[in-house]
Design a protein around this ligand. Structure first.
Ligand code: SF4
Length: 227
């Protein structure tokens, strides 16, 4: 499979935020979100065999722990990444899959915790969510909306209610988008939507969702990759 990088850091964007985790970042994405901070994954990378990936994960986190499969869009390499996830599970790892929600998820092993985006209108990739993926969700999974405007917020709020997302999954996450050219200060000044404003909307509407912040962007310089 084509891999951009494998590294160990803290999980930053789910209810697992703050836990140490190995990231396996696959190359390539078929979407072009306006605020994407992973454009460096669109091309390049290097071809790695399944056993090579497993060896690197094991070197970074011997004997278990969290492994997140991410990208880019990892499910573009479904034929390779599904066997990888199965092996990681059978080797005792807790596996997270971060995906755009546009690719079919039926083949993802049940033990894998899916963190599935629903792209909002101002991402430029609204309407890409594959509705059939709702039927693949389990009580372990999480749904994430990355928001950059009031319009995005209203879309996420209404989508959550219309599909009873909070009853299907472990968590529904509303997360402000970060400016993709953010650098320097490790604070919310880089958010395209002020977290305080988002919090006030969520409280006023009693939305059954959890406000999420990209933890790693408050720990390291937002421009730093591989963290
Ligand atoms: S789906 Fe993810 S990797 Fe692809 S363009 Fe959107 S934010 Fe970037």
């Amino acid at each position: 499979m084509q891999i951009t990088e494998i590294y160990k850091s803290l999980q930053g964007e789910s209810t697992y935020a703050g836990l140490s985790c190995v990231f396996v970042r696959l190359t390539g994405c078929n979407l072009r979100c306006n605020w994407c901070d992973s454009e460096y994954t669109f091309q390049g990378g290097r071809k790695m065999a399944l056993e090579e990936v497993l060896d690197e994960v094991s070197r970074l986190s011997p004997g278990g722990g969290f492994v997140e499969i991410t990208g880019g869009e990892p499910m573009l390499q479904e034929r390779e990444v599904v066997p990888l996830m199965k092996r990681l599970v059978s080797d005792g790892y807790s596996v997270l899959l971060e995906t755009s929600g546009e690719r079919p998820l039926e083949q993802v092993p049940d033990a894998v915790i899916k963190i599935v985006d629903v792209k909002c209108p101002d991402s430029g990739e609204g309407d890409t969510f594959r509705l059939e993926n709702l039927d693949t969700l389990t009580a372990r999974d999480e749904i994430k909306f990355v928001l950059s405007s009031r319009g995005d917020y209203e879309f996420a709020r209404d989508f959550t209610r219309r599909h009873n997302l909070h009853e299907r999954v472990n968590a529904v996450l509303f997360s402000p988008a970060f400016r993709k050219d953010a650098t320097g200060a490790r604070d919310s000044s880089h958010c395209l939507l002020d977290p305080q404003q988002l919090a006030e909307w969520m409280i006023a509407d009693n939305v059954p969702a959890r406000l999420g912040l990209q933890l790693h962007k408050f720990i390291w310089d937002p421009a730093v990759k591989g963290v």
